[in-house]
Design a protein around this ligand. Structure first.
Ligand SMILES: [Zn+2]
Length: 238
């Protein structure tokens, strides 16, 4: 037996990831059909009959991201199938920039409650609900064509309200801090360079967390008064 034999064997053993180990530190991202448990979870918790896009048109993007401690975690975004691969590429770019994201969980983890999701600083995409600013319309999140990124670092200002309330500490948009989006920065360009629009560029309200991608003409008008509204809407039931 050679002298190196045991050393090589030991090195190989070290290189093998232990079962249950954290994901590798590099970026991984892929699009999958929406798993059955997501269908079941979303019905009544972010999706219901009469929503403009059927669940079959949605995809699950499994994406690794860095959190605010610099650790790599897996996140999940539910988006429209037509933009899923593009979303993976955007988040690959954010990963390579070192842009931190606290968490990415589909809206049914919050029982379809946008306020709870935002207060938990959750980054989320699909959510069939009325528009926060225009209650007679579906939010573009209803089509799986919008993503809210780090709501705490990027709050929504509407009617003199700050959503989530925890975002009040981030109202000074000139003071760059991790996880914040500023016009022209790397995270902004990752979206805008691919044809997305940013809510921070809107005139009447400022929705710093919001990016949207209009892939075609969509009809947003909704007569569905029974749909839940966005984070600023008073809830009719507890
Ligand atoms: Zn949004």
């Amino acid at each position: 037996m050679s002298f190196l034999g045991p050393l090589v064997a030991a090195a190989l053993a070290l290189a093998k990831p232990a079962p249950g180990a954290e994901p590798p530190p590099g970026f991984t991202g892929r699009c999958e059909p929406l798993p059955r448990e997501f269908h079941e979870g979303l019905v009544g918790n972010g999706y219901r009959e009469g929503c403009p896009v059927p669940l079959g048109e949605l995809r699950l993007a499994r994406i690794t991201h860095r959190d605010f401690q610099g650790k790599v975690a897996e996140g999940q975004l539910v988006v429209h199938r037509e933009i899923c691969e593009e979303v993976v590429e955007i988040f690959r770019e954010l990963f390579e920039l070192g842009f931190p994201i606290e968490k990415m969980r589909p809206i049914h983890h919050y029982a379809g409650d946008d306020r709870k999701s935002a207060a938990d600083n959750n980054t989320t995409a699909f959510h069939c609900r009325r528009s926060t600013g225009k209650p007679a319309e579906f939010s573009i999140h209803s089509f799986g064509l919008a993503i809210d990124v780090n709501p705490r670092q990027n709050p929504y200002l509407v009617n003199e309200r700050v959503i989530p309330e925890e975002g009040r500490a981030f109202l000074d948009r000139q003071q760059a801090r991790p996880g914040m989006i500023q016009r022209g920065d790397g995270a902004y360009r990752a979206f805008i360079g691919r044809g997305w629009r940013w809510g921070g560029d809107w005139k009447k309200t400022r929705d710093y967390q919001h990016f949207e991608r209009q892939i075609r003409r969509i009809t947003r008008k909704s007569d569905r008064g029974d749909l839940p509204g966005g984070a600023s809407s008073p809830r009719s039931s507890p």
